[in-house]
Design a protein. Structure first.
Length: 276
């Protein structure tokens, strides 16, 4: 298939947590807009996470979907908690795709919401992993001198408090709040160099991280919803959307249409934060 032509033609995007869910949606959308993709994912289980995490087969499926758009993709299993592993994966992708890097989507995350012993893991992945992602990516971007755009995927729980007794839930909210601090710091550092940095804050997104037996049970306990349902619209006053909705917002932010936007925490939440 011929390469896709669009607003991101000629650009290269680095996406973490790309094997499924939001990460896959970002990869496919940016590829459809013309970007080549460097995709990484752990493709392994973390002990404190009570639902099945992405696999190598999931990452292979993302590769196929991106290639179907006509874009090129370099996909690697790498752990955002391991800065050296992440740097190696990114460097290999940049070299294979022509030596440039224009877009970063720091998407990798876990949600062990009912985990009693999940604090360190959720902070390490959802906050330190985001820091590692930007830290290793900004250097080749600055060296290339082409400017670019970085989007950090946070959550509405990074803008409002989450009342929960579980270490996993508290750590999730703390990490997602921390992402806003990273975004603002990096925006101040990098915007003068032509690299825009923003965060996106989805509400309920229908992905395997949320739509699974364990998270549905936690939601039912937290909200009183019927166990087994994902009806967060009525249970938590929050709409659920497909991951492609969030990918649309990210694609807009990283395109020329968003060229004057930096340092912004953008909710994509049907007004959930405003209602709080």
């Amino acid at each position: 298939m011929a390469a896709a032509s669009g607003p991101l033609t000629g650009k290269v995007a680095f996406i973490t947590g790309a094997a499924r869910g939001q990460g896959r949606a970002h990869a496919v959308r940016l590829a459809s807009d013309g970007a080549d993709v460097i995709a990484v994912d752990l493709c392994d289980q973390i002990a404190s996470v009570p639902y099945p995490m992405a696999t190598a087969d999931d990452l292979a499926a993302t590769v196929k979907l991106v290639e179907d758009t006509g874009a090129r993709i370099v996909a690697t299993q790498a752990d955002v908690r391991d800065r050296d592993s992440l740097k190696t994966a990114l460097r290999a992708g940049v070299e294979e795709l022509g030596g440039r890097l224009d877009i970063v989507v720091a998407n990798a995350g876990i949600a062990p919401m009912a985990g009693e012993n999940a604090w360190h893991d959720v902070i390490d992945v959802n906050l330190t992993g985001v820091h590692h992602t930007v830290d290793v990516a900004m250097r080749p971007m600055l060296k290339a001198g082409n400017g670019g755009a970085i989007v950090l995927i946070s959550s509405v729980m990074g803008l409002v408090g989450l009342g929960s007794p579980f270490a996993g839930s508290i750590g999730y909210s703390a990490a997602k709040h921390g992402v806003v601090g990273l975004m603002r710091s990096y925006a101040n550092l990098l915007t003068p160099q032509g690299i825009r940095v923003n965060s996106v804050h989805p509400a309920g997104v229908r992905t395997p991280m949320i739509d699974n037996e364990f998270t549905r049970k936690w939601l039912s306990e937290m909200t009183g919803a019927e166990e087994g349902s994902l009806n967060m619209a009525s249970a938590a006053n929050m709409e659920t959307v497909e991951p492609e909705v969030i990918a649309d917002a990210v694609a807009w932010l990283v395109s020329d249409s968003g060229r004057h936007i930096s340092g912004v925490a953008l909710p994509v939440d049907d007004g959930y934060v405003n209602k709080r």
